[in-house]
Design a protein around this ligand. Structure first.
Ligand SMILES: [Fe+2]
Length: 209
């Protein structure tokens, strides 16, 4: 008996060796909201909101990464300004990713995280790996913004209807407004105006000039 006690004590000795390669069962499954919380938001509401927020998260992560792809691969006379603008928008989208993900966690669901899961979930069209021209880059980004804006408006209205004012505020004040502003900055690059010489005004009939 005494010998067994000694062995037990030896296995509990504190050492500097890290416990590597550990695995265990999940403590919460994806797609569940398991905790009662003092949020005055019932489980069905939190489940519905977090499912839609995870879709918004996957699409926002895809748009964020599309900005980095564009930042790295942009070519041509507008390289410098677009290289900087794309990275600015990437940073702003990255902040949205964190806000959306943490809203999902505080509502006690699990945020989508890993690229493979994002790829399976996003509704945004996958671009090729290679480089594309600036107008195509801009069009892809604008298409992604449009899809997110459409989904954000729908989600905001639904959040308000079911009493989730926090989600409504996040989606309107942060997601929607950021995406709207970025659309403006991008779309102005697709307006076909002369760079050096203004187009001549067409002469009207009877004009002396
Ligand atoms: Fe960079």
């Amino acid at each position: 008996m005494a010998k067994k006690q000694n062995n037990t004590r030896a296995s509990e000795t504190i050492g500097a060796q890290p416990r590597l390669h550990q695995r265990a069962a999940e403590i919460q499954s994806y797609g569940t909201v398991s905790h009662a919380l003092p949020l005055e938001l019932e489980e069905p509401v939190r489940l519905e909101m977090t499912e839609q927020l995870n879709q918004l998260l996957a699409d926002t992560m895809t748009l964020r990464d599309l900005y980095k792809k564009s930042h790295w691969q942009v070519a041509g006379p507008t390289f410098y300004q677009l290289h900087l603008l794309y990275d600015k928008h990437h940073g702003e989208q990255d902040e949205l990713v964190d806000s959306i993900a943490e809203r999902i966690q505080l509502l006690k669901n699990v945020s989508i995280t890993i690229a493979a899961d994002v790829a399976e979930t996003t509704q945004i069209e996958r671009p090729p790996r290679g480089r594309e021209e600036v107008p195509v880059q801009l069009s892809r980004l604008l298409d992604a913004h449009q899809a997110i804006i459409r989904a954000a408006r729908t989600l905001a209205r639904r959040a308000s209807a079911v009493g989730d004012d926090g989600t409504n505020d996040l989606v309107v004040s942060e997601v929607l407004r950021t995406n709207e502003l970025q659309v403006w900055f991008l779309s102005e690059h697709l307006v076909d105006v002369p760079l050096v010489e203004a187009k001549r005004a067409s002469t009207t009939a009877g004009s002396t000039q």
